[in-house]
Design a protein around this ligand. Structure first.
Ligand SMILES: [Zn+2]
Length: 435
């Protein structure tokens, strides 16, 4: 333990010195970029894919994404192949290392299929590295973060939407615990949603009919939307009660809505056979949900200064129903999205692609922190400005050996509630992720 503490102290010192030297060197006269404050906003849109977004943009939809693209460099994100599950991919986005190193392999584990908890992380995530560097993070909704672990900042775990009927919220749902009551009170329950709320996804005059005829599909829609709305409300609260160095907002619903409703808009695939009456009701749900996600993106962006460095990213793309009929990750595609707005990068340009393991080194570098040598990925350079490329290359040259000593030794145990576990498994089953 003593040796570990000493290594961490040295690493923290190196981090502070490197970051200070590099941030200072980048703000000289002449060609240097406008000094970035090293803060970063990340918006994660699970399974967002240009295959869906491009035609929507061409049709004049997604105005917030369009406006952001004018200020950002954007391109494709090549995810892992074979296609992996979202918790595995997001853990690699957040740690910069492969699954065999970070330790997150699945949604559930063991014969009784208990949801994997935050004690499974074997590598430090961005927020652990930032905490060691004396910088703060607010992260909400990220996979495998229950029980919420202590960080410099706020962690709202991925279990927030579950167990709503319990008398008391689960222990360690939120870190710090002093925020639990406030944030839990912001939760939106599936039953709270009105006909009007649901009318943004299906024809307004047919919501009651849809609820009567297809209660299970409508329940999925309610649960997905309520969870995303809950995290949006939580994010709104947090953004107005602090200004952390990293603000990480994650939308899971874009993936879940796709698993549930993508088939209804891909009836041109000759192997997709669905009840035409049901197709009429649900064919626009996915696109309409992306319209909502675009609004959410606009809202989140509006809480921060217009020059805040921002990344919008997905973990994989979405193809929809396959000829094989297999569901779950089989419906995912290899290409996600990555957009970056920063004085370090050119605005309004397209770049070839970034690979999933490049994301963590790139985000660290944007915050003025060197990546580690044991992170296999590189820093995105294609769309950098000349001065930006100079600074990013310098950070690459100053990589630290490893951040692995910052992996959390242990966290709170949290609380196990068999009903909450079953609630989670039921949802995973509906997505085709588990049997
Ligand atoms: Zn998925």
């Amino acid at each position: 333990m003593m040796a570990r503490d000493a290594t961490i102290r040295i690493l923290v010192l190196v981090l502070a010195l490197t970051a200070a030297a590099i941030l200072a060197s980048g703000c000289g006269r002449g060609e240097a970029p406008r000094k970035a404050d090293g803060k970063l906003l990340v918006i994660g849109l699970d399974s967002a894919d240009w295959r869906l977004l491009d035609p929507m943009l061409e049709a004049g939809r997604l105005p917030h994404l369009r406006a952001f693209m004018a200020e950002a460099a954007s391109g494709r994100m090549k995810t892992f192949y074979p296609l992996e599950k979202s918790p595995v991919l997001w853990a690699s986005i957040c740690t910069g290392v492969t699954p065999d190193v970070h330790g997150i392999h699945n949604f559930v584990r063991g014969r009784d299929e208990r949801p994997v908890t935050s004690s499974a992380w074997r590598a430090p995530a961005l927020w652990d590295i930032l905490t060691a560097a004396g910088r703060s993070t607010d992260v909400m909704g990220m996979w495998t973060t229950y029980p919420a672990r202590p960080i410099d900042g706020v962690m709202v775990s991925d279990f927030l939407p579950y167990g709503a009927k319990r008398e008391h919220p689960l222990e360690a749902l939120v870190y710090p615990d002093s925020l639990t009551e406030t944030l839990v009170a912001l939760r939106v329950a599936p039953d709270d949603l009105t006909e009007e709320d649901l009318a943004r996804f299906i024809p307004a005059d047919r919501v009651a009919e849809a609820e009567r005829k297809y209660p299970q599909d409508m329940q999925h829609l309610r649960e997905i939307y309520a969870a995303d709305l809950s995290y949006l409300k939580v994010a709104d609260y947090l953004a107005h009660h602090g200004d952390p160095d990293l603000f990480f907002f994650y939308v899971r619903g874009t993936d879940m809505i796709s698993h549930n409703f993508y088939a209804y808009m891909t009836t041109d695939r000759e192997y997709v056979h669905l009840d035409p009456a049901k197709v009429e009701l649900f064919k626009d749900v996915v696109k309409n949900y992306y319209d909502w996600a675009d609004e959410a993106v606009g809202e989140v962006l509006s809480w921060f200064p217009p020059d805040r460095q921002t990344v919008i990213v997905s973990d994989h793309g979405f193809y929809g129903p396959r000829r094989t009929g297999r569901k779950g990750t089989a419906e995912h595609s290899e290409w996600g999205i990555f957009l970056v707005r920063s004085p370090l990068y050119q605005a309004g340009v397209k770049f070839g692609h970034i690979e999933l393991l490049d994301i963590c080194p790139t985000m660290l570098a944007m915050m003025g922190l060197p990546p580690a040598r044991d992170m296999p990925g590189g820093i995105l350079l294609d769309p950098a400005t000349p001065a930006g490329a100079k600074r990013l290359k310098k950070l690459d040259k100053h990589r630290v050996d490893s951040y692995m000593t910052l992996a959390p030794a242990s966290g709170p145990e949290g609380e196990r509630d068999p009903q909450v576990d079953e609630e989670i498994r039921r949802q995973l089953r509906s997505l085709g992720y588990i049997n």
